[in-house]
Design a protein around this ligand. Sequence first.
Ligand code: ATP
Length: 360
Amino acid sequence: MANVKIDGINKIYPNGFHAVKEVNLEIADKEFMIFVGPSGCGKTTTLRMIAGLEDISSGEMYIGDQKVNDVSPKDRNIAMVFQNYALYPHMSVYDNMAFGLKLSKTPKAEINERIERAAKILDIDGLLKRKPKQLSGGQRQRVALGRAIVRKPEVFLMDEPLSNLDAKLRVQMRAELIKLHKELETTFIYVTHDQTEAMTMGTRICVMNGGEVQQVADPRTIYNAPANMFVAGFIGAPQMNFFDGLVTDNKNLKVGDQVFLLTDELAKSVEAKKMNNKPLVMGIRPEDIRSGQSNEGVEAIVEMTELLGSDLNVYFKIGEKQYIMKAEASSALKMGDVMYAVFDPNKLHLFDPESGSSLR
Ligand code: ATP
């Protein structure tokens, strides 16, 4: 069993910086867990503590049933793939892949067999004699993965492994990693700052900010029911719009001159959280706003449009604040137009402005 349990983990660096704060997380056996968050949020530090490359300041870390706080990286049955691949330049692909196995005195025939199998899975069987510098970035990345696979780890740890690849190759490798995860039936823990990677690959996503876990859930839940304004703003591109609002009678949401009837679910949350007649923040995603008739929506001025092929990002201003919606590519909206922004009342999110927490 290769579940990973992170129990009240903190990391305080020797200079006193508190990089990871009270993280509690259980990663199930065979799960594909993604740590995502902005630069400096503590995701790499957390991964390195799982790997044993960084001391844990307090809390307990388990891999399977074993507490690993004091277990050295090589005895943790994990393999880590880094952003820069860290291949030995003077060794062939075969020797790079064999290196760890030779160290652990694996019999030659078995080394051969494991490398052959990994090379086949990764489609690098034709490259085994080459040196890293004779490979493309994508091929090097496969070799780095191959070197991890042959060790048959119980847990794969990956730190931004695709960030050095060009956009097209990254998309391709994303699909391959998903396939690899299925084939190997092993626990994957993957760090990225790229929300698309997180949303497309993870069975679950752990969103971090400022050393703290913000939300842990499957991609759909993270997108549709963000736990707070940070997650709502971080996941989704272009990002969610936020408006100041006020709820009256526990069901009418006022935003500027507009009044929306809340869904039963939101109305109940407002009542339960005692947010009636208190300022709150309404969030709405760009795809949940449309341009309508003057009697339907809020008057706005189009500031700029951005054609993305399949659709059009429309930046508009209401008063002094800028917002964004997604329109059809065929939309005639252009800079300077007056439009009426209509919000889908079923797609509203409400947040407590003080804590940032969702009212759901
Ligand atoms: P990135 O995507 O930029 O790598 P990250 O979320 O992985 O960011 P970490 O590398 O985990 O972030 O770093 C978390 C915080 O800890 C950062 O503010 C970083 O500056 C700080 N930090 C990292 N290593 C050290 C160290 N050795 N000493 C002091 N502070 C450190």
